[in-house]
Ligand binder design. Sequence first.
Ligand SMILES: [Zn+2]
Length: 109
Amino acid sequence: MSEPTHIKHTIKKILDQYVICDMCGRSIKDDEDHNAYHKMNPHPSDMRGGLCVECVDYANHMAFDQAIEIVQDDLNEINKAKFMSLPFGKQCWIILKLDKMGAFKWTIG
Ligand SMILES: [Zn+2]
């Protein structure tokens, strides 16, 4: 027996308002208070996930600021200006990508 259509629609509506945080895997509400990637275009996550505010805070503590400085020092003026104009969440996402590629001597997270 399947659930009535109106229940299916309600569940879908609720699920559509949530995304999975790329860093911690928690489900978070997809709004600007909870998801750092909310309405970001192009979307910074391959998985169309999110980045919760707790992870952004955690990321702060994990020396993202320092990593951002290192990256901007390595860029030419044009790319540096582009990089610096990005929102913090997206800069963190780029740092994480670079970190995965082994760009830093230390590891984030
Ligand atoms: Zn998270």
